[in-house]
Design a protein around this ligand. Structure first.
Ligand code: AMP
Length: 477
C-alpha cells in the first residue's frame, strides 16, 4: 500500500488539544482526502475519532468535544486505488500491557511484508494490510522490553523505507523521521505547547512559529506539559533521500520544507525552464493551480513582450483527477475540471506551464481544450523531468505501464499530447532550485534508481539496511 499522508502531533499545557489538531489537519488536507482521524489522551485514557472523507466531513463539534486531553495526534490519509477502507484509516491504535499506543504514518515501508511475517510468527494478529500496523506492533513489542527511546531505536532499526511518524505513547507525543528524510516532518512552537507536523503551513495556521525540520533519523519527544521537547539522533545518516516531488507537486507552496520555501523553489524552476527552453509566445498560462508558481517564474525570466494570463479556469469542486479509478473516468474529470477563457486564447500562440506529466491525460486534454478555444499554437513547458518509474515511497505515481514517459521519447510524448513543442526541466535545475545536490534527493521516479533496496528495482546507493534491533527470538526476551 502506498500512503501519502499528512501527520500531526501536539502536546500542550491546555486541555483542548483536539481543536488545534483539527485546524492543523485542515491545513494538511491536500496531503490526503480519503480519511481523517484524531486520537487524544487525557492522562487516563485515549479518545479517538476516525472517519472517512475530508476533515470538515469527518468531525463535528460533538466529536471534538469528545476528544479530551492535552496531548494528541492526527492524520489525513491519501486515497490510493484499491485501498479505500476504514481499516487503513489512521491514527492506528494498540493497547498493550505497558499502556496505549497511537501512530500516524506518512510514507511507505519497503520491508513491511517481511516484518509482518516475523511478528505473525511471534503471535501478533493484524487487522489491516497496512504497513503502519506493522510499525505499531513492532514498537509495542519493543516497549515491553525497553524504555521509549530505546524501543523507538529498535523499531527504526527494523523498518526500512520512508516514514515520517507522529506517535503517542500514553500521553507522550513523539515524532520520528526516517534516516533518509524521505518525507517531510517539522517541529514548531504553538500556544501553550509544541507541534510536530508534515508541513510548516499547519504551524502558520495555528499562529505558531516553525522551529526547524526534524532531522533524518531523529526522534523528537515532546514534554507532556507542553514546555519543551527532547531530541535524540537515533540513526546517523551520511546520505539523505528527500523526495523532490514534495517541492514540485505535493506540498503546499507556502510550506517550508528542509529550509526551502516550496513556492520559491517552484518559481526558481520556472525561471530555469525559461533559460533552458523558453519560447516566445503571445501568452504564457499556468495549468491551475499546479503550474501557477512555475509559470510566474517562467514569465519573470522571459522578455517583457511575453504576457502572463489565466487561460484556463478550474472548477474547484472537482476532486483531483487521479482519485478516479479508471482511465475513462479520469478523462471525463479533466474536462469537468478546466474550461478555457476564450479571449485570452483565441488566435494567439500559447505556452502552457505545468508541474509534471504523469500519465499524460491532463496535458493531452488541455492542449485539445486550448486548440478548440482557438489557440494558434500550444507549447508545453514542464517543471519536473519525465517521470519514468513508479514511486514505492508514498506518492501515488501510477505503474510503469501507465506512465507516458516510460517508453517514449520526448518527441513521441509531444506527438501523443498534440502540442507544438514540449520541453521538460532538467534534473540538475530542479536540484539546484531545491539547493541540494541531486545525490541528497530521491529522484527515483525520474531516474529509475531507488535509494532503497526494492525487489526487482535498481538501487542508486549501497544498501543501507539497518542492522541494529534484530527481531526478538521469543515472546519474552
Ligand atoms: P497526468 O494527467 O496523469 O499526466 O497528471 C498530471 C497532472 O496531475 C499534473 O497537473 C499534476 O499537477 C498532477 N499530479 C502530478 N503528480 C500527481 C500525483 N502523484 N497525484 C495526483 N496528481 C498528480
Amino acid at each position: 500500500m502506498r500512503d501519502k499522508c499528512g501527520v500531526v502531533g501536539i502536546s500542550t499545557a491546555a486541555d483542548d488539544v483536539a481543536r488545534p489538531i483539527y485546524y492543523a489537519l485542515y491545513a494538511l488536507q491536500h496531503r490526503g482526502q480519503e480519511s481523517a482521524g484524531i486520537v487524544t489522551h487525557d492522562g487516563f485514557q485515549q479518545h479517538s475519532h476516525i472517519a472517512m472523507g475530508l476533515v470538515g466531513e469527518a468531525f463535528d463539534e460533538a466529536d471534538l468535544v469528545g476528544l479530551g486531553g492535552a496531548a494528541g495526534i492526527g492524520h489525513v490519509r491519501y486515497p490510493t486505488a484499491g485501498s479505500v477502507e476504514k481499516s487503513c484509516a489512521q491514527p492506528f491504535t494498540v493497547s498493550f500491557k505497558n499502556g496505549s499506543l497511537a501512530l500516524c504514518h506518512n510514507g511507505n515501508l519497503v520491508n513491511a511484508g517481511e516484518l509482518r511475517g516475523d511478528l505473525e510468527s511471534l503471535g501478533h494478529a493484524f487487522t489491516s494490510d497496512g504497513d503502519t500496523e506493522v510499525i505499531a506492533h513492532d514498537l509495542a513489542r519493543n516497549l515491553l522490553r525497553a524504555d521509549l527511546v530505546r524501543a523507538v531505536k529498535r523499531t527504526m532499526g527494523r523498518i526500512h523505507g520512508s516514514y515520517s511518524l507522529t506517535i503517542m505513547h500514553d500521553d507522550t507525543v513523539l515524532g520520528v523521521r526516517d534516516p533518509e528524510g524521505n518525507r517531510p516532518l517539522c517541529i514548531g512552537k504553538v500556544d501553550d505547547g509544541y507541534i510536530l507536523c508534515s508541513e510548516s503551513a499547519a504551524i502558520d495556521t495555528l499562529g505558531g512559529e516553525l522551529i526547524r525540520d526534524v532531522c533524518p533519523g531523529e526522534l523528537i519527544v515532546l514534554e507532556d506539559d507542553g514546555t519543551g521537547f527532547e531530541s535524540y539522533q537515533l540513526i546517523e545518516t551520511d546520505r539523505t533521500a528527500h523526495c523532490f516531488f514534495e517541492w514540485v507537486y505535493f506540498a503546499r507552496p507556502d510550506s517550508i520544507i528542509d529550509e526551502k520555501l516550496v513556492y520559491e523553489v517552484r518559481r526558481e524552476i520556472g525561471r530555469s525552464l525559461w533559460e533552458e527552453s523558453g519560447i516566445e509566445t503571445d501568452v504564457v498560462m499556468p495549468v491551475p493551480d499546479s503550474g501557477r508558481a512555475f509559470a510566474s517564474g517562467y514569465v519573470e525570466a522571459a522578455p517583457d513582450t511575453v504576457e502572463f494570463a489565466e487561460g484556463l479556469m478550474k472548477n474547484r469542486y472537482v476532486g483531483r483527477t487521479f482519485i478516479m479509478p479508471t482511465q475513462d473516468e479520469r478523462e471525463r474529470a479533466v474536462r469537468l475540471k478546466h474550461n478555457p477563457i476564450k479571449s485570452t486564447v483565441a488566435g494567439r500562440t500559447v505556452t502552457l506551464v505545468d508541474d509534471s506529466i504523469v500519465r499524460g491525460t491532463t496535458s493531452d486534454q488541455l492542449v485539445a481544450v486550448l486548440r478548440a478555444a482557438g489557440a494558434q499554437e500550444v507549447h508545453m513547458r514542464i517543471g519536473a523531468p519525465p517521470i519514468i518509474a513508479p514511486c514505492y515511497m508514498g506518492i501515488d505515481m501510477a505503474t510503469r505501464d501507465e506512465l507516458i514517459a516510460t517508453d517514449r521519447t520526448i518527441e513521441e510524448i509531444r506527438d501523443v499530447i498534440g502540442a507544438d513543442s514540449l520541453k521538460y526541466i532538467s534534473a540538475g535545475a530542479v536540484a539546484k532550485a531545491i539547493c541540494k545536490d541531486s545525490s541528497a534527493l530521491c529522484m527515483a521516479c525520474i531516474t529509475g534508481e531507488y535509494p532503497y533496496d526494492i525487489d526487482g528495482e535498481q538501487t542508486d546507493r549501497p544498501v543501507t539496511r539497518p542492522t541494529i534491533g534484530e527481531p526478538p527470538a521469543s515472546a519474552d526476551d
